[in-house]
Design a protein around this ligand. Structure first.
Ligand SMILES: Nc1ncnc2c1ncn2[C@@H]1O[C@H](COP(=O)(O)OP(=O)(O)OP(=O)(O)O)[C@@H](O)[C@H]1O
Ligand SMILES: [Mg+2]
Length: 455
Protein backbone atom coordinates (compact mmCIF):
# COMPACT_ATOMS: atom_id res chain seq x y z
CA UNK A 1 0.00 0.00 0.00
CA UNK A 2 1.29 3.43 -0.91
CA UNK A 3 1.88 5.83 1.86
CA UNK A 4 -1.07 8.21 1.78
CA UNK A 5 1.12 11.27 2.04
CA UNK A 6 2.89 10.16 -1.12
CA UNK A 7 -0.38 9.84 -2.93
CA UNK A 8 -1.35 13.29 -1.84
CA UNK A 9 1.95 14.71 -2.99
CA UNK A 10 2.00 12.89 -6.27
CA UNK A 11 -1.39 14.26 -7.16
CA UNK A 12 -0.51 17.76 -6.07
CA UNK A 13 -1.91 20.31 -8.48
CA UNK A 14 0.31 22.82 -10.19
CA UNK A 15 -0.34 26.48 -9.42
CA UNK A 16 -1.90 26.86 -12.83
CA UNK A 17 -4.26 23.97 -12.21
CA UNK A 18 -5.26 25.35 -8.84
CA UNK A 19 -6.06 28.72 -10.37
CA UNK A 20 -8.00 27.02 -13.15
CA UNK A 21 -10.08 25.13 -10.61
CA UNK A 22 -10.75 28.25 -8.58
CA UNK A 23 -11.70 30.07 -11.77
CA UNK A 24 -14.66 27.74 -12.10
CA UNK A 25 -16.24 29.30 -9.05
CA UNK A 26 -14.63 32.63 -8.32
CA UNK A 27 -14.51 35.43 -10.85
CA UNK A 28 -11.40 37.60 -11.02
CA UNK A 29 -9.26 38.01 -7.88
CA UNK A 30 -6.29 36.67 -9.73
CA UNK A 31 -3.64 37.82 -7.28
CA UNK A 32 -5.27 36.03 -4.36
CA UNK A 33 -5.74 32.86 -6.35
CA UNK A 34 -2.12 32.91 -7.43
CA UNK A 35 -0.89 33.44 -3.92
CA UNK A 36 -2.76 30.48 -2.48
CA UNK A 37 -1.81 28.33 -5.45
CA UNK A 38 1.87 29.08 -4.97
CA UNK A 39 1.66 28.47 -1.24
CA UNK A 40 0.10 25.08 -1.90
CA UNK A 41 2.74 24.11 -4.39
CA UNK A 42 5.48 25.17 -2.03
CA UNK A 43 4.30 22.54 0.43
CA UNK A 44 4.84 19.96 -2.26
CA UNK A 45 8.25 21.35 -3.18
CA UNK A 46 9.31 21.34 0.42
CA UNK A 47 8.46 17.66 0.74
CA UNK A 48 10.95 16.83 -1.97
CA UNK A 49 13.86 18.58 -0.31
CA UNK A 50 16.56 16.69 1.55
CA UNK A 51 15.55 16.35 5.16
CA UNK A 52 17.96 18.87 6.68
CA UNK A 53 16.83 21.60 4.34
CA UNK A 54 13.20 20.62 4.57
CA UNK A 55 12.93 21.51 8.21
CA UNK A 56 14.30 24.96 7.49
CA UNK A 57 11.62 25.94 5.02
CA UNK A 58 8.75 27.56 6.83
CA UNK A 59 5.44 28.13 5.11
CA UNK A 60 4.83 31.70 4.06
CA UNK A 61 1.51 32.57 5.54
CA UNK A 62 -0.89 34.68 3.55
CA UNK A 63 -3.21 37.47 4.47
CA UNK A 64 -6.04 38.32 2.10
CA UNK A 65 -7.31 41.84 2.34
CA UNK A 66 -10.39 43.08 0.59
CA UNK A 67 -13.80 44.62 1.07
CA UNK A 68 -16.76 42.52 2.10
CA UNK A 69 -18.38 40.18 -0.40
CA UNK A 70 -15.62 39.97 -2.98
CA UNK A 71 -14.73 36.31 -2.66
CA UNK A 72 -12.27 35.89 0.22
CA UNK A 73 -14.21 33.20 1.98
CA UNK A 74 -15.31 31.72 -1.31
CA UNK A 75 -11.68 31.20 -2.38
CA UNK A 76 -11.00 29.42 0.89
CA UNK A 77 -14.10 27.30 0.59
CA UNK A 78 -13.19 26.16 -2.90
CA UNK A 79 -9.60 25.59 -1.94
CA UNK A 80 -10.75 23.31 0.84
CA UNK A 81 -12.62 21.14 -1.61
CA UNK A 82 -9.65 21.08 -3.91
CA UNK A 83 -6.79 20.10 -1.69
CA UNK A 84 -6.58 16.73 -0.12
CA UNK A 85 -4.98 18.27 2.92
CA UNK A 86 -6.60 18.68 6.32
CA UNK A 87 -8.24 22.05 6.04
CA UNK A 88 -9.96 24.09 8.71
CA UNK A 89 -11.81 27.33 8.17
CA UNK A 90 -12.55 29.26 11.28
CA UNK A 91 -13.53 32.79 12.27
CA UNK A 92 -10.90 34.55 14.34
CA UNK A 93 -13.65 36.50 16.05
CA UNK A 94 -14.79 33.29 17.76
CA UNK A 95 -11.85 33.20 20.05
CA UNK A 96 -11.16 34.72 23.40
CA UNK A 97 -7.95 35.09 25.26
CA UNK A 98 -6.87 32.11 27.29
CA UNK A 99 -8.48 32.31 30.68
CA UNK A 100 -11.63 34.01 29.44
CA UNK A 101 -14.87 32.23 28.76
CA UNK A 102 -14.95 31.05 25.18
CA UNK A 103 -12.83 29.11 22.77
CA UNK A 104 -9.10 29.36 23.08
CA UNK A 105 -6.96 29.41 19.98
CA UNK A 106 -5.40 26.04 20.65
CA UNK A 107 -8.74 24.52 19.74
CA UNK A 108 -7.87 25.45 16.13
CA UNK A 109 -5.25 22.75 16.11
CA UNK A 110 -7.44 20.30 17.98
CA UNK A 111 -10.19 20.81 15.41
CA UNK A 112 -7.74 20.47 12.56
CA UNK A 113 -6.50 17.22 14.06
CA UNK A 114 -10.03 15.91 14.24
CA UNK A 115 -10.49 16.77 10.57
CA UNK A 116 -7.23 15.05 9.64
CA UNK A 117 -8.14 11.92 11.55
CA UNK A 118 -11.53 11.70 9.90
CA UNK A 119 -9.99 12.25 6.53
CA UNK A 120 -7.50 9.44 6.87
CA UNK A 121 -10.12 7.20 8.46
CA UNK A 122 -12.43 7.73 5.50
CA UNK A 123 -9.67 7.01 3.02
CA UNK A 124 -8.57 3.89 4.79
CA UNK A 125 -12.10 2.65 5.09
CA UNK A 126 -12.46 3.10 1.35
CA UNK A 127 -9.44 0.92 0.88
CA UNK A 128 -10.92 -1.90 2.93
CA UNK A 129 -14.38 -1.43 1.49
CA UNK A 130 -14.24 -4.45 -0.77
CA UNK A 131 -13.09 -6.75 1.97
CA UNK A 132 -15.63 -5.28 4.36
CA UNK A 133 -18.39 -5.77 1.82
CA UNK A 134 -17.48 -9.43 1.41
CA UNK A 135 -17.46 -9.99 5.16
CA UNK A 136 -20.71 -8.11 5.54
CA UNK A 137 -22.31 -10.30 2.92
CA UNK A 138 -21.42 -13.41 4.88
CA UNK A 139 -22.82 -11.94 8.05
CA UNK A 140 -25.97 -10.94 6.30
CA UNK A 141 -26.43 -14.45 4.94
CA UNK A 142 -25.99 -15.74 8.49
CA UNK A 143 -28.84 -13.49 9.51
CA UNK A 144 -31.06 -14.62 6.67
CA UNK A 145 -30.27 -18.28 7.20
CA UNK A 146 -28.84 -19.03 10.60
CA UNK A 147 -25.90 -21.45 10.41
CA UNK A 148 -26.55 -25.09 11.30
CA UNK A 149 -25.80 -25.72 14.88
CA UNK A 150 -25.56 -28.82 16.95
CA UNK A 151 -27.92 -28.18 19.77
CA UNK A 152 -26.89 -30.06 22.88
CA UNK A 153 -28.43 -33.49 23.11
CA UNK A 154 -29.16 -33.60 19.41
CA UNK A 155 -27.22 -35.33 16.75
CA UNK A 156 -24.75 -33.47 14.62
CA UNK A 157 -26.22 -32.39 11.27
CA UNK A 158 -25.81 -35.03 8.63
CA UNK A 159 -23.76 -34.40 5.53
CA UNK A 160 -26.99 -34.28 3.63
CA UNK A 161 -28.33 -31.54 5.86
CA UNK A 162 -25.10 -29.66 5.50
CA UNK A 163 -25.18 -29.86 1.75
CA UNK A 164 -28.77 -28.74 1.64
CA UNK A 165 -27.95 -25.87 3.93
CA UNK A 166 -25.07 -24.60 1.91
CA UNK A 167 -26.98 -24.88 -1.32
CA UNK A 168 -29.82 -22.81 0.18
CA UNK A 169 -27.24 -20.31 1.32
CA UNK A 170 -25.83 -20.00 -2.18
CA UNK A 171 -29.31 -19.52 -3.59
CA UNK A 172 -29.92 -16.78 -1.08
CA UNK A 173 -26.60 -15.21 -1.98
CA UNK A 174 -27.66 -15.17 -5.60
CA UNK A 175 -30.98 -13.56 -4.79
CA UNK A 176 -29.31 -11.07 -2.50
CA UNK A 177 -26.84 -10.04 -5.16
CA UNK A 178 -29.64 -9.58 -7.65
CA UNK A 179 -31.30 -7.24 -5.19
CA UNK A 180 -34.31 -9.49 -4.71
CA UNK A 181 -34.01 -9.52 -0.94
CA UNK A 182 -33.59 -5.78 -0.52
CA UNK A 183 -36.96 -5.29 1.08
CA UNK A 184 -36.79 -8.28 3.37
CA UNK A 185 -36.46 -7.62 7.10
CA UNK A 186 -33.71 -9.04 9.24
CA UNK A 187 -33.03 -8.75 12.91
CA UNK A 188 -29.77 -7.07 13.62
CA UNK A 189 -28.01 -6.74 16.90
CA UNK A 190 -26.51 -3.34 17.43
CA UNK A 191 -24.12 -2.35 20.11
CA UNK A 192 -24.13 1.07 21.57
CA UNK A 193 -22.17 2.59 24.36
CA UNK A 194 -24.34 4.08 27.03
CA UNK A 195 -23.38 6.80 29.41
CA UNK A 196 -23.93 5.51 32.89
CA UNK A 197 -24.83 8.95 34.12
CA UNK A 198 -27.14 11.39 32.47
CA UNK A 199 -25.53 14.41 30.89
CA UNK A 200 -27.91 17.12 29.90
CA UNK A 201 -27.51 17.89 26.26
CA UNK A 202 -26.83 21.53 26.47
CA UNK A 203 -25.23 23.61 23.77
CA UNK A 204 -21.65 22.44 23.56
CA UNK A 205 -22.36 19.57 25.85
CA UNK A 206 -22.74 17.15 22.98
CA UNK A 207 -19.13 17.59 22.18
CA UNK A 208 -18.15 16.85 25.75
CA UNK A 209 -20.36 13.82 25.80
CA UNK A 210 -18.86 12.55 22.57
CA UNK A 211 -15.36 13.04 23.86
CA UNK A 212 -16.21 11.34 27.13
CA UNK A 213 -17.71 8.41 25.31
CA UNK A 214 -14.62 8.06 23.25
CA UNK A 215 -12.23 8.48 26.16
CA UNK A 216 -14.00 6.05 28.37
CA UNK A 217 -14.27 3.78 25.35
CA UNK A 218 -14.07 0.22 26.47
CA UNK A 219 -14.98 1.02 30.05
CA UNK A 220 -18.55 1.91 29.26
CA UNK A 221 -21.16 -0.80 29.48
CA UNK A 222 -22.30 -1.85 26.09
CA UNK A 223 -25.96 -2.22 25.49
CA UNK A 224 -27.08 -4.35 22.63
CA UNK A 225 -30.32 -3.62 20.94
CA UNK A 226 -32.07 -5.91 18.53
CA UNK A 227 -33.76 -4.15 15.73
CA UNK A 228 -35.66 -5.33 12.69
CA UNK A 229 -34.42 -3.50 9.65
CA UNK A 230 -34.40 -3.88 5.90
CA UNK A 231 -31.67 -5.92 4.26
CA UNK A 232 -30.31 -2.87 2.46
CA UNK A 233 -29.97 -0.92 5.71
CA UNK A 234 -28.50 -3.90 7.51
CA UNK A 235 -25.91 -4.29 4.81
CA UNK A 236 -24.84 -0.68 5.13
CA UNK A 237 -24.41 -1.03 8.88
CA UNK A 238 -22.59 -4.33 8.60
CA UNK A 239 -20.18 -2.95 6.03
CA UNK A 240 -19.46 -0.05 8.36
CA UNK A 241 -18.88 -2.37 11.27
CA UNK A 242 -16.61 -4.64 9.31
CA UNK A 243 -14.68 -1.73 7.84
CA UNK A 244 -14.14 -0.30 11.31
CA UNK A 245 -12.76 -3.64 12.45
CA UNK A 246 -10.38 -3.79 9.51
CA UNK A 247 -8.93 -0.34 10.09
CA UNK A 248 -5.89 -0.06 12.25
CA UNK A 249 -6.55 3.03 14.34
CA UNK A 250 -2.92 3.40 15.39
CA UNK A 251 -1.96 3.63 11.77
CA UNK A 252 -4.72 6.13 11.07
CA UNK A 253 -3.51 8.36 13.88
CA UNK A 254 0.11 8.16 12.83
CA UNK A 255 -0.69 8.93 9.24
CA UNK A 256 -3.11 11.72 10.13
CA UNK A 257 -0.75 13.47 12.53
CA UNK A 258 1.97 13.39 9.92
CA UNK A 259 -0.33 14.81 7.31
CA UNK A 260 -1.61 17.54 9.60
CA UNK A 261 1.89 18.64 10.53
CA UNK A 262 3.19 18.55 6.97
CA UNK A 263 0.27 19.76 4.92
CA UNK A 264 -2.46 21.12 7.19
CA UNK A 265 -4.04 24.43 6.26
CA UNK A 266 -5.88 26.80 8.57
CA UNK A 267 -8.01 29.53 7.11
CA UNK A 268 -8.45 32.27 9.66
CA UNK A 269 -11.37 34.32 8.50
CA UNK A 270 -12.41 37.71 9.91
CA UNK A 271 -8.91 38.40 11.21
CA UNK A 272 -9.67 42.13 11.09
CA UNK A 273 -12.20 41.60 13.87
CA UNK A 274 -9.38 40.93 16.31
CA UNK A 275 -7.28 43.84 15.16
CA UNK A 276 -7.19 47.04 17.17
CA UNK A 277 -4.47 48.05 19.53
CA UNK A 278 -6.25 50.23 22.05
CA UNK A 279 -6.15 48.47 25.32
CA UNK A 280 -9.54 49.19 26.77
CA UNK A 281 -12.89 47.49 26.59
CA UNK A 282 -13.12 44.31 24.57
CA UNK A 283 -9.79 45.10 22.94
CA UNK A 284 -7.95 43.67 25.88
CA UNK A 285 -9.19 40.29 24.91
CA UNK A 286 -8.67 40.91 21.19
CA UNK A 287 -5.06 41.73 21.66
CA UNK A 288 -4.80 38.74 23.89
CA UNK A 289 -6.14 36.55 21.11
CA UNK A 290 -3.53 37.95 18.75
CA UNK A 291 -0.84 37.19 21.26
CA UNK A 292 -2.18 33.71 21.80
CA UNK A 293 -2.08 33.16 18.06
CA UNK A 294 1.59 34.01 17.77
CA UNK A 295 3.13 30.76 18.96
CA UNK A 296 0.66 28.67 17.00
CA UNK A 297 1.33 30.50 13.76
CA UNK A 298 5.04 30.51 14.35
CA UNK A 299 5.29 26.93 15.39
CA UNK A 300 4.70 25.23 18.69
CA UNK A 301 3.51 21.92 19.94
CA UNK A 302 -0.14 21.53 20.85
CA UNK A 303 -1.44 18.61 22.82
CA UNK A 304 -4.40 16.90 21.29
CA UNK A 305 -6.12 13.75 22.33
CA UNK A 306 -4.33 11.89 19.55
CA UNK A 307 -0.93 13.12 20.62
CA UNK A 308 1.23 16.22 20.24
CA UNK A 309 0.94 18.18 17.01
CA UNK A 310 3.71 20.47 15.83
CA UNK A 311 2.38 23.53 14.06
CA UNK A 312 5.63 24.68 12.42
CA UNK A 313 4.65 23.73 8.91
CA UNK A 314 0.93 24.29 9.01
CA UNK A 315 -0.07 26.94 6.50
CA UNK A 316 -2.17 29.81 7.78
CA UNK A 317 -4.23 31.92 5.44
CA UNK A 318 -5.86 34.88 7.11
CA UNK A 319 -8.53 37.07 5.60
CA UNK A 320 -10.29 40.21 6.56
CA UNK A 321 -12.16 43.16 5.13
CA UNK A 322 -10.11 45.65 7.14
CA UNK A 323 -12.44 48.53 6.45
CA UNK A 324 -12.42 49.76 10.03
CA UNK A 325 -9.08 48.50 11.19
CA UNK A 326 -5.96 48.15 9.06
CA UNK A 327 -3.49 45.29 8.87
CA UNK A 328 -1.14 47.66 10.65
CA UNK A 329 -3.50 47.58 13.64
CA UNK A 330 -2.56 43.98 14.24
CA UNK A 331 0.21 43.66 16.75
CA UNK A 332 3.51 43.84 14.84
CA UNK A 333 4.60 40.35 15.79
CA UNK A 334 1.50 38.92 14.17
CA UNK A 335 1.80 41.09 11.07
CA UNK A 336 5.27 39.76 10.56
CA UNK A 337 4.05 36.22 10.59
CA UNK A 338 1.90 36.80 7.52
CA UNK A 339 4.49 37.98 5.03
CA UNK A 340 2.40 37.57 1.90
CA UNK A 341 -0.28 40.18 1.53
CA UNK A 342 -2.75 40.04 -1.31
CA UNK A 343 -5.46 42.53 -1.96
CA UNK A 344 -8.73 41.56 -3.50
CA UNK A 345 -10.37 43.96 -5.88
CA UNK A 346 -13.77 45.41 -5.31
CA UNK A 347 -16.32 44.29 -7.85
CA UNK A 348 -18.16 46.32 -10.45
CA UNK A 349 -20.76 45.80 -13.13
CA UNK A 350 -18.55 43.79 -15.48
CA UNK A 351 -17.67 41.30 -12.72
CA UNK A 352 -21.28 41.06 -11.63
CA UNK A 353 -22.37 40.01 -15.09
CA UNK A 354 -19.84 37.22 -15.01
CA UNK A 355 -20.65 36.22 -11.42
CA UNK A 356 -24.32 35.96 -12.31
CA UNK A 357 -23.72 33.58 -15.17
CA UNK A 358 -20.29 31.96 -15.32
CA UNK A 359 -19.47 30.06 -12.12
CA UNK A 360 -20.55 26.43 -11.86
CA UNK A 361 -22.87 27.47 -9.09
CA UNK A 362 -23.87 30.80 -10.65
CA UNK A 363 -26.82 32.50 -9.03
CA UNK A 364 -28.86 32.50 -12.21
CA UNK A 365 -28.30 28.77 -12.65
CA UNK A 366 -29.41 28.22 -9.07
CA UNK A 367 -32.63 30.16 -9.51
CA UNK A 368 -33.43 28.48 -12.83
CA UNK A 369 -32.86 25.10 -11.20
CA UNK A 370 -34.97 25.89 -8.16
CA UNK A 371 -37.94 27.01 -10.22
CA UNK A 372 -37.56 24.07 -12.58
CA UNK A 373 -38.47 21.82 -9.66
CA UNK A 374 -41.87 23.50 -9.81
CA UNK A 375 -41.96 22.95 -13.57
CA UNK A 376 -41.68 26.68 -14.16
CA UNK A 377 -39.07 27.42 -16.75
CA UNK A 378 -37.49 30.82 -16.49
CA UNK A 379 -34.86 32.28 -18.75
CA UNK A 380 -32.92 35.48 -18.49
CA UNK A 381 -32.19 37.55 -21.57
CA UNK A 382 -28.70 39.02 -21.89
CA UNK A 383 -29.99 42.54 -21.37
CA UNK A 384 -31.74 41.50 -18.16
CA UNK A 385 -28.46 40.23 -16.73
CA UNK A 386 -26.81 43.45 -17.68
CA UNK A 387 -29.58 45.43 -16.03
CA UNK A 388 -29.31 43.41 -12.81
CA UNK A 389 -25.55 43.89 -12.71
CA UNK A 390 -25.98 47.57 -13.36
CA UNK A 391 -28.47 47.97 -10.55
CA UNK A 392 -26.28 46.00 -8.16
CA UNK A 393 -23.28 48.16 -8.94
CA UNK A 394 -25.20 51.40 -8.54
CA UNK A 395 -26.86 50.39 -5.28
CA UNK A 396 -23.46 49.32 -3.95
CA UNK A 397 -22.12 52.70 -4.89
CA UNK A 398 -24.87 54.74 -3.35
CA UNK A 399 -25.45 52.78 -0.17
CA UNK A 400 -23.10 50.24 1.37
CA UNK A 401 -20.75 48.30 -0.85
CA UNK A 402 -21.49 44.71 0.03
CA UNK A 403 -19.91 43.26 -3.10
CA UNK A 404 -21.43 40.25 -4.79
CA UNK A 405 -23.80 39.69 -1.89
CA UNK A 406 -25.85 42.51 -3.41
CA UNK A 407 -26.71 40.21 -6.28
CA UNK A 408 -28.41 37.83 -3.88
CA UNK A 409 -30.67 40.49 -2.44
CA UNK A 410 -31.52 41.89 -5.84
CA UNK A 411 -32.33 38.54 -7.38
CA UNK A 412 -34.52 37.57 -4.46
CA UNK A 413 -36.46 40.78 -4.86
CA UNK A 414 -36.71 40.36 -8.60
CA UNK A 415 -38.03 36.84 -8.43
CA UNK A 416 -40.18 37.35 -5.39
CA UNK A 417 -43.46 37.16 -7.27
CA UNK A 418 -42.50 34.31 -9.60
CA UNK A 419 -41.15 32.40 -6.66
CA UNK A 420 -44.34 32.84 -4.66
CA UNK A 421 -46.68 31.93 -7.48
CA UNK A 422 -44.60 29.12 -8.95
CA UNK A 423 -46.61 26.17 -7.56
CA UNK A 424 -49.77 27.45 -9.21
CA UNK A 425 -47.99 28.27 -12.46
CA UNK A 426 -46.61 24.82 -13.08
CA UNK A 427 -45.83 24.26 -16.74
CA UNK A 428 -45.42 27.94 -17.59
CA UNK A 429 -42.49 29.67 -19.23
CA UNK A 430 -41.24 33.07 -18.14
CA UNK A 431 -38.65 35.16 -19.91
CA UNK A 432 -37.05 37.85 -17.85
CA UNK A 433 -35.82 40.77 -19.90
CA UNK A 434 -34.47 44.21 -19.09
CA UNK A 435 -37.88 45.83 -18.99
CA UNK A 436 -39.13 43.23 -16.49
CA UNK A 437 -36.12 43.98 -14.31
CA UNK A 438 -36.69 47.70 -14.53
CA UNK A 439 -40.38 47.34 -13.84
CA UNK A 440 -39.75 45.36 -10.68
CA UNK A 441 -36.79 47.27 -9.34
CA UNK A 442 -36.50 50.81 -10.62
CA UNK A 443 -38.72 52.38 -7.99
CA UNK A 444 -36.77 50.79 -5.22
CA UNK A 445 -33.45 51.68 -6.75
CA UNK A 446 -34.42 55.30 -7.26
CA UNK A 447 -35.24 55.85 -3.65
CA UNK A 448 -32.14 55.60 -1.57
CA UNK A 449 -34.10 54.88 1.59
CA UNK A 450 -35.98 52.06 -0.02
CA UNK A 451 -32.80 50.50 -1.38
CA UNK A 452 -31.25 50.68 2.00
CA UNK A 453 -33.99 48.58 3.50
CA UNK A 454 -35.02 46.30 0.71
CA UNK A 455 -32.00 45.58 -1.44
N1 LIG B 1 -15.28 37.06 -7.23
C1 LIG B 1 -16.39 36.36 -7.02
N2 LIG B 1 -16.79 35.43 -7.90
C2 LIG B 1 -17.92 34.73 -7.69
N3 LIG B 1 -18.70 34.85 -6.64
C3 LIG B 1 -18.35 35.75 -5.70
C4 LIG B 1 -17.19 36.55 -5.85
N4 LIG B 1 -17.09 37.35 -4.79
C5 LIG B 1 -18.13 37.06 -4.01
N5 LIG B 1 -18.91 36.12 -4.54
C6 LIG B 1 -20.14 35.58 -3.95
O1 LIG B 1 -20.60 36.49 -2.99
C7 LIG B 1 -20.88 35.88 -1.75
C8 LIG B 1 -20.01 36.45 -0.64
O2 LIG B 1 -18.63 36.20 -0.91
P1 LIG B 1 -17.58 35.83 0.22
O3 LIG B 1 -18.26 35.04 1.29
O4 LIG B 1 -16.40 35.24 -0.40
O5 LIG B 1 -17.25 37.28 0.78
P2 LIG B 1 -16.00 37.74 1.64
O6 LIG B 1 -15.02 38.37 0.72
O7 LIG B 1 -15.53 36.63 2.48
O8 LIG B 1 -16.68 38.89 2.52
P3 LIG B 1 -16.59 39.18 4.11
O9 LIG B 1 -15.40 40.06 4.29
O10 LIG B 1 -17.86 39.91 4.39
O11 LIG B 1 -16.49 37.89 4.80
C9 LIG B 1 -20.67 34.41 -1.97
O12 LIG B 1 -21.92 33.81 -2.18
C10 LIG B 1 -19.84 34.31 -3.21
O13 LIG B 1 -20.19 33.19 -3.96
MG1 LIG C 1 -15.84 36.11 4.51
Amino acid sequence: MLNILEVFLKDSLTPRQVVEELDKYVIGQHKAKRAVAIALRNRWRRQRLPEDLRDEVMPKNIIMIGPTGVGKTEIARRLAKLVQAPFLKIEASKFTEVGYVGRDVESIIRDLTEIGINMVKTEMSEQVQEKAAALAEERLLDLLLPPLRTASGHEAPTTEQQEQHSSTREKLRQQFREGKLDERMVELEQKEKVMPFGIISNVGMEEIEMNLKEMLGGLLPEKTKRRKIKVTDALRLLVQEEAAKLIDMDKVIKEALQRIEQSGIVFLDEIDKIAGRESHGPDVSRQGVQRDLLPIVEGSTITTKYGPVKTDHILFIAAGAFHVSKPSDLIPELQGRFPIRVELDSLGKAEFIRILTEPRNALIKQQVGLLATEKVSISFSDDSIEEIADIAASVNERTENIGARRLHTILERLLDEISFDAPEKSGSKVTIDASYVRERLTDIVKSEDLSRYIL
